[in-house]
Design a protein around this ligand. Structure first.
Ligand SMILES: Cc1cc2nc3c(=O)[nH]c(=O)nc-3n(C[C@H](O)[C@H](O)[C@H](O)COP(=O)(O)OP(=O)(O)OC[C@H]3O[C@@H](n4cnc5c(N)ncnc54)[C@H](O)[C@@H]3O)c2cc1C
Length: 496
């Protein structure tokens, strides 16, 4: 069993994108008094510059670090996000919303969807979204903080401004930033561990623990430690994106818009000062010029940046902690951005590292536990994302190939279970809860063949009253919320 009893006091973070600065912020805020933390980044190389939609776990991450929400939102031109609007995914012209929060009220034997399905059958139920507060609020473009976290939300943010904000935060807690290009990575011939980053100038940055946040290059984990990449493109066809920023011409919607095209999809993310847009697509089904033209034909407002092509291979490094290197962000892998999970995975990796921080020396048992937990997280998120492609009713070769593909057994079982019985179960520690699976599987086009008999125990009158109470309560709450735009302007206005 590998064991390195050298105390870990010097942490070197390679890379200063979202991953690097999130790691620096969290480590310095929690262990800054006992660690020497340095971060190396290269302005010349720059960052990937996208990654602007998040999920509610980021709210909690910021609370752990004591980050002031109003200050952070103003600094990053942020707006609120209540979910994702899937436009044309099930079929052309048919939309649904995957929102945060829960839908309706569950019974301990059966989720709310069973009562709703029975209600639909009896002509007593409205749209599934009428029973979800976050979804109803997003449709009305309203937002407000409710007591006891009564409205679940996340953020849309400017990724470059976020890195700058976290840099200031981290430097305040003692992180030393080094602006330079890493020319070489040295390893110890005996242990195989990384011993130093060698900069262009020849300066050696030595450390005990190295965090690889060098983006797709994966300088330490991939290139130096030789950890292989597991390619998930048989299930996730998209390998390219084109991103462009535009002027805002209307109030920002509190939802990420995900608009299906014949060969991929397009995102639209409204911030306070601008809109982030992009297409994600498979180069097997469309060329760059067509994708770019489609993107530019489906945006509003003046174009602020040159459209930029980004290539990627969907998948994951087989281990994310190897020797004394922990990979975070794109250096460790990338699942396409449809469910905004990358920043969440960075934050999971950081919290996990803090929980297993090798203060007294690096232990193989910690490494194995860290890698096993990460793998569990990733496989369930991967299945959730694949599901959006597998279940679709569109008619182009791209979508038809997705519908015909073989999916992992774990996902095939989930889809079958829902289709036959309406049941959904959340696996231990899984990111996406029952509500997400139900909203998306219904939204993508599955109508379960049956519902739980608990719903049959209610007569029409009782069922109708039960459903209507929930819907009316949600309508009342939403009506009292301010318009999203007004709330942002009052709560966290950013400088123009
Ligand atoms: C098209 C697309 C859309 C996305 N949308 C979302 C989204 O909506 N939500 C979400 O959560 N995530 C999204 N992501 C993922 C998200 O962008 C990343 O997870 C996040 O930005 C973290 O990137 P990073 O810090 O790992 O890498 P980068 O931003 O690429 O940073 C790499 C850093 O390493 C430095 N570096 C590299 N090589 C060297 C060297 N030799 N010397 C010195 N420094 C070096 C660079 O200068 C840079 O500072 C998206 C990704 C893509 C591709």
């Amino acid at each position: 069993m590998q064991q390195d009893s050298k105390r870990v006091t010097r942490v070197v973070i390679a890379g200063g994108g979202t991953a690097g600065w999130m790691a620096a912020a969290a480590l310095s805020r929690t262990l800054g008094k006992v660690l020497d933390i340095r971060l190396v980044e290269s302005d010349e190389i720059g960052t990937v510059g996208v990654g602007e939609a998040t999920i509610p776990t980021l709210v909690h991450f910021h609370r752990l670090l004591d980050i002031n929400e109003q200050e952070f939102m103003a600094a990053t031109q942020a707006t609120f996000k209540l979910g994702i609007s899937f436009e044309g995914w099930r079929a052309r012209g048919e939309d649904y919303i995957h929102s945060f929060g829960g839908t309706g009220t569950d019974h301990f034997t059966a989720g709310f969807q069973h009562f709703w399905l029975k209600g639909r059958e009896r002509g007593l139920a409205g749209d599934y979204g009428d029973y979800c507060l976050e979804l109803a609020a997003s449709r009305e473009m309203r937002f407000g903080h409710l007591p006891n976290d009564g409205l679940n939300y996340a953020y849309h943010l400017d990724a470059s401004a976020y890195a700058r904000y976290l840099r200031r935060f981290s430097e305040h807690f003692g992180v030393q930033r080094i602006e330079a290009r890493i020319a070489r990575v040295d390893t110890d011939p005996v242990s195989g561990h990384v011993s130093a980053l060698v900069l262009d100038s020849g300066t050696r940055i030595e450390g005990d623990l190295f965090i690889d946040c060098t983006g797709f290059r994966s300088l330490l984990l991939g290139q130096t430690m030789g950890v292989e990449y597991e390619d998930w493109s048989p299930w996730l066809f998209n390998d390219s994106a084109i991103a462009v920023q535009t002027e805002a011409v209307r109030p920002p919607v509190p939802m990420t818009r995900a608009i299906a095209h014949d060969w991929g999809w397009q995102w639209r993310i409204g911030l306070q000062h601008r809109v982030g847009n992009g297409v994600v697509f498979s180069s097997r089904y469309v060329d760059d010029d067509t994708a770019r033209a489609t993107l530019l034909g489906n945006i509003e407002g003046k174009v602020l940046t040159e459209p930029r092509v980004i290539r990627f291979t969907p998948g994951q490094r087989k281990r994310v902690w190897a020797g004394n290197v922990v990979g975070l962000g794109l250096a460790s892998g990338f699942l396409e951005p449809i469910e905004s999970t990358s920043i969440h995975l960075i934050q999971r990796g950081i919290v996990r590292l803090l929980q297993m921080f090798p203060t007294m020396g690096i232990q193989q048992a910690d490494i194995d536990e860290y890698n096993a937990q990460t793998e569990d997280d990733l496989r369930t998120i991967r299945d959730f994302i694949i599901m959006h492609y597998k279940i679709n009713g569109r008619d182009t070769p791209y979508w038809q190939a997705a519908a015909a593909m073989d999916v992992p057994d774990s996902l095939r079982h989930r889809i079958e279970l829902f289709r036959e019985t309406g049941r959904v179960f959340r696996y231990q520690n899984e990111l996406f809860a029952e509500n997400s699976w139900v909203q998306c599987m219904l939204g993508q086009g599955i109508t379960p063949r049956a519902h739980h008999q608990s719903a049959d125990l209610m007569g029409d009158e009782e069922l109708s009253g039960f459903l209507e109470n929930i819907r009316a309560r949600i309508r009342r709450t939403v009506a009292q919320l301010p318009a999203h735009q007004d709330y942002v302007r009052g709560y966290c206005p950013a400088k123009a």
